[in-house]
Write a protein that binds this ligand. Structure first.
Ligand SMILES: O=C(O)CCC(=O)C(=O)O
Ligand SMILES: [Fe+2]
Length: 209
């Protein structure tokens, strides 16, 4: 598999949970109208936030029909809809900061937050685009803040082509934008190297899932 690796954060030993500036965010154009913005280490104290979210969020283990079998979804989930208070004030702050930063380009606010908890390297998410909602038809943005151990987020064009590999953890921010949910797919594959759990917080506009 051809991979193109961008830099991520390796450590975060601060206990003081806070956001930095979004000024240093950098865009990579993927093609077919898709792009990603990256800001390694946007959140400091990310590993402390991981511990708190892991224990305090009311995580749900879901089961889904896969052909003729019902299987466990290989990660824990939580969802906060529009107007709901998020499980840590810094996440409300992140949602506000992202909404402000992208106001002109996105034309609407980030409202919902989906959380995924990958307990270890056996947890994963299969190739998909976030296309249950408007992302199937319209350009939109999905902003993901990652805390805990780094895991690879892979991105590949739907029409075929090289895979982009982006390790994410320890307070890193990625924003998938443009046509990314339609023309590209993303996944977090299983890993034999994962050195602990990772939680991702996905901010989306209303009606994007
Ligand atoms: O955990 C991640 O970074 C990706 C999660 C994801 O793609 C999703 O929940 O739609
Ligand atoms: Fe996704």
């Amino acid at each position: 598999m051809a991979t193109h690796q961008l830099q991520g954060s390796l450590f975060d030993q601060s206990d003081d949970v806070r956001l930095g500036s979004l000024a240093g965010i950098r865009r990579t154009v993927l093609g077919d109208g898709a792009w990603i913005d990256l800001l390694p280490g946007w959140l400091s104290g990310a590993d402390a936030l991981f511990e708190q979210l892991a224990t305090e969020v009311p995580w749900k283990a879901e089961r889904r029909q896969m052909y003729e079998r019902v299987v466990d979804v290989p990660r824990l989930l939580a969802f906060y809809g529009t107007g709901e208070t998020l499980p840590h004030p810094v996440l409300d702050e992140a949602r506000r900061a992202l909404s402000e930063h992208y106001a002109d380009e996105l034309g609407e606010a980030f409202t919902t937050a989906g959380l995924c908890h990958y307990r270890d390297g056996r947890d994963s998410v299969a190739w998909h685009g976030d296309r249950i909602g408007r992302g199937a038809r319209e350009n939109t943005m999905v902003a993901i803040l990652s805390v805990g151990a780094a895991r690879d987020l892979l991105l590949r064009p739907r029409r075929g082509g090289a895979t982009v590999r982006q390790p994410l953890g320890h307070g890193d921010l990625i924003v998938m934008g443009g046509s990314c949910q339609r023309t590209w797919e993303h996944a977090v594959p299983k890993s034999t190297r994962a050195s602990g759990g990772r939680i991702s917080i996905q901010f989306r506009p209303h009606g994007v899932r």
